[in-house]
Design a protein around this ligand. Structure first.
Ligand code: NAP
Length: 252
């Protein structure tokens, strides 16, 4: 493995895959985590390698502590971790809170919140100078929904992302003198498969024209913001949460 090491959770598709591709092009060695779609993860690694980059796939459910520990053991074998992109996340079917089962809410928070916390914990243990590390960055992937609350759609998802915003600020303060910067992005409506997985395959086409810019965003537009926050170019930014939502977050 060559360049500095970045772990991208949920890196096999969508925003995570765009981060992995662009990071590898910038010289990072990328650990591409996925949970289910091995073909997509291996295909992405092959594409990165054929472009001269360095990457490897590592399977694991971020909502499982045992899996997270195994993912980080695999990362350790590749070198010292310098950046974590806490990207893995899920949505569920659109609905009102008064229809949500306990199982749904538990799954939403286990993957979107517990998963990000466990990965952040393992990253801090490796990167913080208080643990003998040499510093690094964590970029969390939140959502504009954290600001809107997701009424009539998915308040559970929006609330989970609200927890990510709060963790970003709190953890940034905890480790700011230990060489670790912690930031986040809040994407708006982005063209990925996540909408279909939530039962809304036409969400981007339906909502795009009504968004402030008249279109949805691309995974690459979000990835560029993530990579900037992860890079030394953002060396004086910590606890920052960047809206990448085509103006949606400032609209009434
Ligand atoms: P996506 O296209 O559905 O891709 C999800 C990725 O996460 C896949 O690589 C998937 O792996 C992985 N994943 C799912 N559950 C996982 C788990 N338990 N453990 C490890 N990996 C898991 O999603 P996306 O749209 O790129 O979303 C990425 C992040 O951006 C999420 O946190 C999402 O909440 C956030 N976001 C997205 C939008 C949007 O409009 N797209 C807006 C705001 C925020 P497999 O390929 O193996 O299934």
């Amino acid at each position: 493995m060559s360049g500095p090491l970045m772990l991208v959770t949920g890196g096999s598709r969508g925003i995570g895959a765009a981060v992995a591709r662009l990071a590898a092009a910038e010289g990072w060695t990328v650990a591409v985590n996925y949970v289910r779609d091995e073909t997509a993860a291996n295909g992405l690694v092959a594409a990165i390698e054929s472009d001269g980059g360095s990457a490897f796939a590592v399977k694991g459910d971020v909502g499982s502590e045992a899996d997270v520990l195994a993912v980080f053991r695999a990362v350790d074998r590749a070198g010292p971790l310098k950046a974590l992109v806490n990207n893995a996340g899920i949505v569920d079917r659109v609905g009102r809170l008064d229809t949500f089962s306990a199982a749904r809410i538990e799954r939403m928070f286990r993957i979107n919140v517990l998963g990000s916390f466990l990965c952040a914990r393992e990253a801090v243990k490796r990167m913080s100078t208080a643990h003998g590390g040499s510093g690094g960055t964590i970029v969390n992937v939140s959502s504009a929904a954290a600001k809107f609350g997701g009424p009539d759609q998915y308040i559970d998802y929006a609330s989970a992302k609200g927890a990510i915003d709060t963790m970003t600020v709190g953890l940034a303060k905890e480790v700011i003198r230990e060489g670790v910067r912690v930031c986040a992005v809040r994407p708006g409506i982005i063209e990925t498969e996540i909408h279909a997985s939530g039962g809304q395959p036409d969400r981007v086409a339906e909502m795009g024209p009504g968004l402030p810019m008249g279109r949805a965003g691309t995974a690459e537009e979000v990835a560029r913001a993530i990579l900037w926050l992860a890079s030394d170019a953002a060396s004086y930014s910590s606890g920052a949460i960047l809206d990448v939502s085509g103006g949606r977050s400032i609209w009434p």
